[in-house]
Unconditional design. Structure first.
Length: 104
């Protein structure tokens, strides 16, 4: 008879086991919610990384287009300079030829 427990002890044991089950179920539910939040955060970070990668590519393209636009005035100025120098050389050459012709 020493191996048997009373009905009251059994009910107390059952009550404590049910309370422990409730505590563990709450902990599991909190862990599951935490895992869902972590997964959502991971997906958000991945989307943000892809977005930043696309923005970087677009910035590179814009930089290339900006460089091309900045080159246009430089090319125009170089063309204008060479045209002015050519005209000046032609005028100077014509003046020298005219002076030689007048001198002869």
């Amino acid at each position: 008879m020493d191996n048997y427990i009373s009905r009251g002890e059994h009910e107390e044991f059952v009550k404590r086991m049910e309370e422990e089950d409730c505590r563990q179920n709450r902990r599991i539910a909190l862990l599951e919610e935490s895992i869902r939040q972590t997964q959502a955060l991971t997906l958000s970070v991945e989307k943000m990384a892809l977005s930043m990668e696309n923005m970087l590519k677009e910035q590179k393209k814009q930089g290339e287009r900006l460089e091309a636009l900045e080159e246009v005035p430089k090319k125009n100025w170089d063309t204008l300079k060479s045209g002015m120098l050519g005209s000046l050389a032609t005028a100077l050459g014509g003046a020298i030829v005219a002076a030689i012709i007048n001198f002869i």
